[in-house]
Write a protein that binds this ligand. Sequence first.
Ligand code: FA5
Length: 350
Amino acid sequence: MSFLGSALVTTSTDPHALLAGARARVAAAADLQALQALERELLGKSGPAGLILASIPTLPPEQRKAAGAQANELKRALEEACAARRTALESAALESERSGGDFDPTLPPAPLERGGLHPVTRVVRELEDLFTSMGYTILDGPEVELDWYNFEALNIPKDHPARDAQDTFYCDPAGRLVLRTHTSPVQVRAMERMQPPFRAIVPGKVFRNEATDASHEHTFHQMEGLVVGKDVSVGHLIGAMKTLLRGVFGRDIEIRLRPGYFPFVEPGFELDARCPFCTSGCRVCKQSTWIELLPCGMVHPNVLKSGGIDPEQWTGFAFGLGLSRLVMLRYGIDDVRHLLSGDLRFLEQF
Ligand code: FA5
């Protein structure tokens, strides 16, 4: 060790002797338990380095720095000796286990706990495959969003009553930053970055400041869809939605459009799907045989303008799939709050 060659500090403790004695004890430690006890003792306050440190106040000031350095080096040397002994003891233990009579190298290892994909992730992946096969790009957007993209650019100014339907969590006192209440803000972000024609989907987490119950959660998933092109019509929207349902439920599902109001689409619709679980009414469809699945509509010209797209030249449709609810339908989950509960008893079923 380098400190052995350095000018010796006069202390009441001799570092050479301390180190040699300690090393001999470490080398003699018979097992890991003994080594651990020794480590605690040697590296603690009353160990060799600790003793040197404790003697520092009694030394002349010009010797104190060197004594501190000696203590550190001693400690490092002891740590190295302990680590080397630990490796040797561990290898010896392994060796003796291997050569013991009841060691059977042909036995299978203990089974590993396997994780699984979250049901939302499963459905998102399926939908991503489906939509990319139809030429859609997958987009992402920030969960902490500017009020501009979440509301204003979507034709929802500050005093608009539609803000009440999506009460949000404000993130700064000025109210410029919000937790996004829907995936629709990515519509305008997409328009700013992509040249029409384009098609995109945006799966993601959204947040609402509202009371929770079996079908409402403060944090849930949506998937936005946006298509902008020449002469895009409601017919294209219906075609895309039918393809979506065929992909999710594996067969054709009847749909209907009802008028729906969202400031960022005109006309706007609520799309209902014929209940995939019954023909004459059940608990899932509340005995109506229809399930309210997703709001959608033709992109409002003001929104195209917010995104820098000329509404005289381009039209588009958009939809906002309640992904959490679709996952519930798909797997027969009766309470949306299970999804993000982190409860393994729930998650292990998938
Ligand atoms: C919207 O969020 C619009 N951005 C959808 C849209 C997009 C309309 C594009 C037109 C064009 P809405 O607030 O209805 O709309 O929410 C959409 C879906 O999210 C609902 O149909 C429902 O399935 C789901 N949803 C709404 N609130 C909750 C909640 N608290 N918990 C779980 N799912 C919810």
